[in-house]
Ligand binder design. Structure first.
Ligand SMILES: CC(C)(COP(=O)(O)OP(=O)(O)OC[C@H]1O[C@@H](n2cnc3c(N)ncnc32)[C@H](O)[C@@H]1OP(=O)(O)O)[C@@H](O)C(=O)NCCC(=O)NCCS
Length: 193
């Protein structure tokens, strides 16, 4: 029998303070749609509108995906955020190992903004990436004008690596700058030492 590479098991569920980060299920679609297409949420999102059927398909697909480890964030039983964690290949020459790197992101329901939920989610995503999935390097990117998201990445302990000038198209504002953040597994392990 021919066996493919082992699919890593989900790094969820994880508890962080009063938050529960868990695998998404189809029943989460309605709760996520209650804020995912809110104009406040979409102002800086590259995907400025999410089709409900696409979101449903994406949530269901996470369970069997070897590379998608997004999570739903609950507080007191309510869905308050979604965290994105995708395993990607690092760039480089032929022979580069597969699936060593991670890409994270987050969206918080605006009704729960300003309570540290994104910061806790970003930290949990980093923990899941490094400790749960054994990844080598994790990156995140934000519109440079998305000050709240930049604050989240800084507070989560990620290291700013780049400013890409006028690299992201915004349908109202034109070409905007993007900042890139990263963290290595050894930096994660050394935190707080
Ligand atoms: C950006 C977002 C994730 C922040 O979520 P949140 O749960 O409110 O974030 P937190 O409460 O953990 O932290 C936000 C930090 O940003 C700061 N902040 C908020 N607005 C700010 C602004 N306009 N300028 C500077 N800092 C700001 C807050 O003060 C807080 O820092 P502090 O705790 O040191 O005071 C949320 O607003 C969101 O989902 N936005 C839409 C989607 C999005 O942009 N996702 C990120 C894509 S890269």
């Amino acid at each position: 029998m021919c066996e493919g590479p082992a699919v890593p098991s989900s790094p969820w569920p994880v508890r962080s303070g009063d938050l529960l980060l868990r695998d998404p299920v189809e029943a989460d679609v309605e709760a996520l749609l209650s804020f995912r297409n809110d104009p406040l949420v979409n102002h800086f999102m590259v995907r400025a509108h999410v089709d409900p059927d696409d979101l449903r398909r994406e949530l269901v697909a996470v369970a069997d995906s070897p590379t998608a480890f997004s999570c739903v964030v609950e507080r007191d039983g309510a869905v308050v955020a979604i965290g994105f964690l995708d395993v990607v290949d690092g760039p480089g020459q032929p022979g580069v190992p597969d699936g060593t790197d991670g890409l994270i992101g987050y969206v918080v329901d605006p009704r729960y903004a300003g309570r540290g939920i994104a910061t806790a989610t970003a930290r949990a995503l980093l923990g899941a990436a490094f400790e749960g999935l054994g990844l080598r390097r994790v990156t995140a990117a934000a519109n440079a004008d998305n000050h709240a998201s930049v604050a989240v990445l800084e507070k989560a302990g990620m290291r700013r690596e780049r400013l890409s000038r006028q690299s992201l198209w915004h349908h109202e504002l034109g070409w905007l700058d993007e900042v890139g953040y990263a963290l290595l597994a050894e930096e994660w392990a050394a935190r707080g030492r």
